[in-house]
Write a protein that binds this ligand. Structure first.
Ligand SMILES: [Zn+2]
Length: 213
């Protein structure tokens, strides 16, 4: 089993003690909360506000903590099980929550992901699909890359016959400002293996995900 994500993303996967467990930890550069608080304070000044005002006094800490939470995925164990029944139908988890931060505006985007795979030799707990989404969502992102990273990561670490990922998200930078397209959602998809190559598998995935293939 692969033990490193080197060169692919700031996220690292390291081998756990279990023979089929993979401890997945965030390997990013780390967040300097003190520096973030100071930067938020400076931003308030630049925006014409007085960070010493009573109602703003704790705002730099709150903002720094909020971004730290939004940019830090929780660690988890990627535990897989042998596919003893040779189950070869699509496994799909729908409506996995996605909360991320747009790297262009530092504003949130949020929505849902539908993640499916055609099992190979191993299967994994469905809750782990949500943790893989979080692993890549909790960072400065663009939706297209997030979608692709989830698909690529599962292909690499689970080695299924195919993987499909659909993300539907509303971007605050699109709905609150700019074009102010309130309620509009951006849909992205990434496919690997049989879901990419086989039209019937692909259509089944998009139908189960609630989209036309
Ligand atoms: Zn944006």
């Amino acid at each position: 089993m692969s033990v490193s994500e080197a060169g692919r993303s700031p996220h690292q996967a390291v081998a756990g003690s279990g023979q089929r467990g993979l401890r997945v930890v965030h390997g990013g550069g780390g967040i300097d909360r003190g520096a973030a608080r100071q930067a938020v304070s400076d931003l308030l000044v630049a925006l014409g506000e007085d960070p010493a005002a009573e109602h703003l006094a704790d705002t730099p800490r709150r903002v720094a903590d909020a971004y730290a939470e939004l940019l830090t995925p929780r660690e988890f164990n990627l535990t897989t099980f042998p596919n003893e029944e040779r189950y070869d139908e699509l496994v799909l988890a729908r409506d996995i929550p996605v909360q991320s931060v747009c790297q262009h505006h530092l504003l949130p985007f949020h929505g849902v992901a539908h993640v499916g795979y055609l099992p190979g030799d191993r299967i994994l707990g469905l809750s782990k699909l949500a943790r893989v989404v979080e692993l890549f969502a909790r960072g400065l992102q663009v939706q297209e890359r997030l979608t692709r990273q989830v698909a690529d990561w599962l292909q690499e670490h689970l080695a299924p016959q195919g993987v499909g990922v659909v993300v539907e998200a509303e971007h605050m930078c699109m709905t609150l400002r700019g074009v102010r397209a309130a309620g509009s959602r951006t849909v992205t998809s990434a496919l690997q293996g049989l879901l990419r190559e086989d039209a019937r598998s692909r259509q089944e995935f998009f139908a189960l995900a609630g989209l036309r293939g």
